[in-house]
Design a protein around this ligand. Structure first.
Ligand SMILES: NC(=O)c1ccc[n+]([C@@H]2O[C@H](COP(=O)([O-])OP(=O)(O)OC[C@H]3O[C@@H](n4cnc5c(N)ncnc54)[C@H](O)[C@@H]3O)[C@@H](O)[C@H]2O)c1
Ligand SMILES: [Zn+2]
Length: 339
């Protein structure tokens, strides 16, 4: 299956097909130098499969994990490209999850003011979410995705076979984002996750999610309006994630999104959402002090007396934007977690 995503300068194809990695050369232009970015948690066989199809390749392997998404890695990558004599007409390819994709895309955007970027996402999260939409970034001074660029790939290759090596918890982690998108925009996809065998239907779920994200980013490439919809559940998720890391209890991002969606869902929506999250072994309750989370989410904003725009789920497939003062939001969240 090929899904084409329009950008303001053109379009790029997303190929979703079992075994597609073996035929990457048919989709990517690899008769040149390819700078392959990956991490040490990604099974080597995927990098080797891609490298074997390149005229020449250089592998840049970072340490797995969010801590590697830094300006240091960015600069180490660029340095290596220079040392190996890469030119404007060569390319960069990511083989890995969202960390690798975000870093590789940013490297590609900057090297000699931009070289072709290909993405081979190998986590569910990267396949359904981060590889679509052209956002690239690294973390900076403690802030996530602080420095980066909008830099669409030339092509994205999603090979569901690569998920065979992905731990179950990581699969559920990515599916949380699929549930988020389906819950807001696509009742049919939600039903598929709700009623079917998620593993058997994984390719269809990935394709459905990519379609939703394509739809959203095509209308709002630069995140000025509709794209904020993808933040459903994320206001709280980010705070829960930060607090869980501080408490040494690292919850995955998707797990935090799962919990973060619930207070913003109507009772009717929640009645379907909770069983789906449980089916995916995602958490639906929080065992971290709600006060701490509130502090993390609201602290500095509250002082300014600002408003916050929330995405609320009225029913499965129906969302709305709601702008409320922070105080009100704080009150609401407290009420929810103190139940
Ligand atoms: N650009 C965007 O629009 C966007 C959107 C959402 C998230 N993100 C970013 O994505 C990142 C999270 O991505 P992620 O969840 O993929 O995390 P990740 O990239 O850290 O990957 C998770 C783990 O899975 C391992 N792994 C990857 N592929 C594997 C495979 N096939 N088999 C076995 N292990 C494998 C990795 O080594 C890593 O340890 C965050 O940095 C986030 O900011 C970006
Ligand atoms: Zn997310």
């Amino acid at each position: 299956m090929i899904i084409s995503v329009k950008t303001r300068d053109g379009e790029y194809p997303i190929i979703i097909e079992k075994g597609a990695l073996n035929r990457a050369g048919e989709v990517f232009k690899l008769d040149r130098r390819c700078f392959i970015v990956t991490d040490d948690g990604v099974p080597e066989q995927y990098v080797k499969t891609l490298a074997a199809q390149c005229k020449e390749s250089v592998v840049f392997k970072i340490k797995a994990g969010e801590e590697s998404k830094t300006l240091d890695s960015f600069s180490a990558g660029l340095k290596m490209m220079l040392e190996y004599g890469f030119t404007r007409s060569d390319c960069v390819a990511a083989v890995g999850g969202g960390v690798v994709g975000d870093l590789a895309g940013f490297i590609a955007s900057a090297f000699m003011r931009g070289v072709d970027f290909y993405n081979v996402p190998t986590t569910v999260l990267a396949q359904v979410d981060s590889s679509v939409g052209g956002k690239t970034a690294v973390n900076f001074e403690g802030s996530k995705n602080m420095i980066g660029a909008f830099y669409p790939p030339r092509a994205v290759l999603i090979d569901p076979e690569t998920l065979k090596t992905l731990p179950q918890r990581q699969i559920s982690n990515g599916l949380a984002e699929a549930v988020k998108m389906a819950a807001c925009m696509d009742e049919k996809l939600f039903s598929l996750i709700e009623n079917g065998d998620v593993y058997k239907n994984l390719e269809e779920i990935i394709a459905g999610s990519v379609m939703i994200k394509k739809h959203v980013v095509e209308q709002d490439e630069r995140e000025r309006g509709l794209r904020r919809l993808l933040n459903f559940g994320h206001t709280l998720a980010h705070a829960i994630e930060a607090e869980s890391i501080r408490g040494g209890k690292t919850l995955y991002h998707g797990e935090c999104v799962a919990i973060g969606m619930l207070p913003l869902s109507s009772e009717k929506a929640r009645a379907r959402l909770v069983p789906v999250l449980k089916k995916l072994s995602l958490p639906t309750e929080l065992d971290i002090d709600a006060e701490k989370i509130l502090d993390a989410t609201l602290h500095d904003k509250k002082k300014n007396g600002e408003n916050i725009t929330l995405v609320r789920l009225k029913d499965i497939g129906k969302y709305e934007f709601d702008t409320v003062p922070f105080d009100e939001w704080e009150h609401e969240v407290k009420g929810w977690f103190e139940k």
